[in-house]
Design a protein around this ligand. Structure first.
Ligand code: FAD
Length: 322
């Protein structure tokens, strides 16, 4: 009756979210006095999962699953859960996992709690803490169903190293044609840059940057930090930046470890989308800008002076520590 965890990968490498859900599953398994089994679909090197507490990996190698298919993936994970007698199944909060989790819950006749941010408050009864109202509040949800599917918020738990052997077993779920009613025929990536969803660090620019011609320094800061770039809604509405970079209540949610906002006022609709980020740094020339109240660190100053200095110092630091 181990805890089952779906460990996502891309290009045969585990995503950061996979290591985080594995760390979380280990925590739940310890509370339940059991082990952790991971399901990997055309995934990376299974032994890597051992570092995060996984005891066994069910490895699915199947060309039909080379591109994400929510129905087929949910069916495969369900079969793994049934084989292992898992009562708790942990998935991440990536777009793919959010897509498959409700299907998986239906397959397993399970309760599904999304946006979970901590280890269960108790396991009997089973209670989890979740964010609500676009991260402005928390609630504690009791899950009375026999089987539970937990969707862990990205970056809520972090990576925790644990000793695990991660022995791997081949697993061959039986998939029917019905699982492939909808098929992805091509995946065109708009950019090779790190995506906002996967980024550890996000550098975001607002209307305070005055115009699209000034984004060079935002991109340079992002390059130095290995970060993704983002922007406020008016910036994308005015066409200064692509809509894919718009974050906030009506844009993409950001749950990075570090969020740097440059010339963004911190309107409530912007904060709603970035509240889940761990450390927030604000650069704004108005000491009264609302963002300072939500920030962990703030620099009151002109972005056109502060950002170039920051880039220079970061480059210096990197070359001294190369
Ligand atoms: C229904 C609804 C949904 C919305 N959804 C979203 C959303 O998802 N995301 C979102 O971002 N917004 C959203 N908005 C818009 C939101 O209310 C704000 O209008 C918007 O976030 C403001 O963008 P901004 O901070 O870039 O611009 P401004 O509010 O114009 O702020 C610019 C900031 O830059 C600072 N600044 C100016 N010059 C400099 C300088 N030289 N150096 C440093 N700082 C400088 C200013 O002090 C100011 O704080 C929504 C609004 C509504 C009504």
């Amino acid at each position: 009756m181990s805890v089952l965890v779906y460990t996502e990968s891309e290009g045969q490498k585990f995503k950061k979210a996979a290591f985080e859900v594995a760390s979380y599953a280990k925590g739940v398994a310890t509370m339940l006095g059991t082990t952790v089994t991971a399901v990997s679909i055309n995934g990376g090197d299974s032994s890597e999962l051992g570092t995060y507490g996984v005891d066994k990996v069910l490895e699915i190698k199947n060309d039909k699953l080379s591109t994400f298919n929510a129905k087929a993936y949910a069916d495969a994970i369900k079969q793994a859960a049934v084989q292992e007698g898992a009562k708790v199944v942990v998935v991440s909060s990536t777009a793919d996992s959010k897509f498959l989790a409700p299907l998986l819950a239906v397959h397993l006749n399970a309760g599904y709690a999304s946006n979970v941010v901590e280890l269960p408050e108790s396991v009997s009864p089973f209670k989890v803490k979740r964010t609500a109202f676009t991260n402005k509040a928390f609630n504690v949800t009791e899950m009375p169903t026999d089987v539970k599917v937990i969707g862990l918020s990205n970056n809520a738990f972090g990576l925790k190293e644990n000793e695990g052997a991660a022995a791997s077993d081949a697993f061959d779920p039986s998939l029917s044609d019905g699982d492939f009613g909808v098929q992805v025929t091509a995946v065109d990536k708009a950019t090779d840059k790190v995506s906002i969803a996967d980024a550890e660090i996000v550098v975001s620019g607002g209307r305070g940057l005055k115009g699209p011609e000034n984004w060079g320094m935002i991109e340079e800061l992002a390059d130095v930090l290995g970060a993704a770039t983002a922007c406020s809604k008016p910036v994308s509405d005015m066409g200064w930046r692509p809509h894919s970079e718009h974050v906030g209540q009506t844009g993409k949610p950001v749950a990075s470890n570090l969020y740097i906002a440059v010339g963004v006022s911190g309107a409530i609709q912007h904060l709603a989308g970035i509240n889940a980020s761990k450390v927030k740094v604000v650069i704004n020339n108005d000491p009264e800008a609302p963002f300072f109240k939500a920030a962990d660190y703030g620099i009151v100053g002109d972005a056109f002076e502060v950002v170039p200095k920051l880039i220079e110092k970061l480059k210096e630091f990197k070359s001294n520590n190369a």
